[in-house]
Design a protein around this ligand. Structure first.
Ligand code: ZN
Length: 320
């Protein structure tokens, strides 16, 4: 073997050693990598990785918060139900009003509304909460509408109580003689049975005449003629009520004026068909005359009513 051949063999050996080293290094790295991967797989199936642990805790927190939210929603629903209960059984009967209801208010929304959550992992949890929330919203809406209506009713009731005729149209202390009765009687001048549409309250010319409830002056007739009611006023109180004040002397209001209960509107007179100074007073409800005696004092006791009835006489002062 020559020197040349020996050199060649050395080179081949070095190259082989080098390749072997590289191969070993690769093998070590590969084994290392596989071992790490195996460990990773093993650990991640047995224990959570920090990231997974975080996610899991997050999920538990959300579930807990959702539970708290549901409890709150249910408690609010409970309160709303109690308000409804009082509304229907206490407040509404006060105003003789029926239960307030909106047709279909309690039917749940179409499932379409919740379609957006169908792919979410916590869909069931969300769906339950959402349904409860929507139900609460509907109940709230119903209750608020009902309360609006109650408020309106109470305002009307307030107006109603001051509008209906409920006092004497003259000072009772100034009443002279009896009270000319309401109803059929023999006409004092025409001498045949005729309906007396109101009551006659005797007094003196110039005695104050008051409106018996809040209202608007509907008619003022100024007449000195010896016919019919003579000078008269009709007040419209709303709620179906009107009052008429006839045979007046002076009048202090005009058509369209707003008047309050107890307001001085005229003075007693002897105009129209009348035999002596008096006030002819009518209460008209929905177009028909009713007995004004029942509207003199809405809080009248039985005793006071009896004594009032004792003052009523068949004789009247006039023909209308
Ligand atoms: Zn009369």
């Amino acid at each position: 073997m020559g020197i040349f051949n020996k050199k060649k063999a050395d080179n081949q050996e070095r190259s082989l050693i080098h390749r072997l080293r590289t191969y070993r290094l690769f093998r070590t790295l590969l084994i290392g990598f596989i071992v790490i991967a195996l460990f990773n797989m093993l650990f991640s199936s047995l224990f959570y990785t920090p990231k997974m642990l975080e996610l899991s805790e997050e999920r538990s927190r959300i579930e807990y918060k959702n539970k708290v939210l549901l409890t709150k929603i249910r408690s609010s629903q409970n309160q709303i139900d109690q308000i409804r209960q009082r509304d229907n059984n206490v407040y509404r009967p006060l105003f003789s009003s029926d239960t307030f209801y909106i047709e279909g208010i309690h039917s749940p929304y179409a499932e379409q509304k919740y379609a957006w959550m169908k792919d979410l992992s916590n869909r069931d949890m969300l769906h339950t909460t959402w349904l409860q929330m929507d139900q609460l919203a509907r109940s709230l809406y119903l209750s608020s509408k009902s309360l609006d209506e109650l408020q309106k009713l109470s305002r009307e009731k307030e107006n109603f109580s001051t509008s209906i005729p409920a006092i004497w149209p003259i000072d009772r202390s100034r009443l002279r003689g009896g009270i000319g009765a309401f109803g059929y009687r023999i006409h004092p001048i025409l001498k045949y049975r005729k309906m007396h549409q109101g009551v006659d309250l005797g007094g003196k010319i110039g005695d104050p005449v008051y409106t018996t409830g809040d209202g608007i002056i509907e008619t003022v007739v100024l007449s000195r003629a010896r016919t019919s009611y003579g000078t008269q006023i009709v007040v419209n109180h709303g709620f179906g009520y009107k009052t008429r004040y006839a045979h007046l002397d002076k009048v202090f209001v005009e058509q369209g004026d707003t008047v309050s209960r107890g307001e001085l509107i005229a003075e007693m007179g002897n105009t129209g068909i009348s035999t002596a100074p008096h006030l002819h007073y009518e209460v008209i409800y929905k177009g028909s005359v009713v007995n004004p005696i029942n509207y003199f004092d809405k809080d009248m006791s039985t005793e006071a009513y009896k004594s009032l009835m004792g003052q009523i006489q068949e004789e009247n002062y006039e023909g209308e």
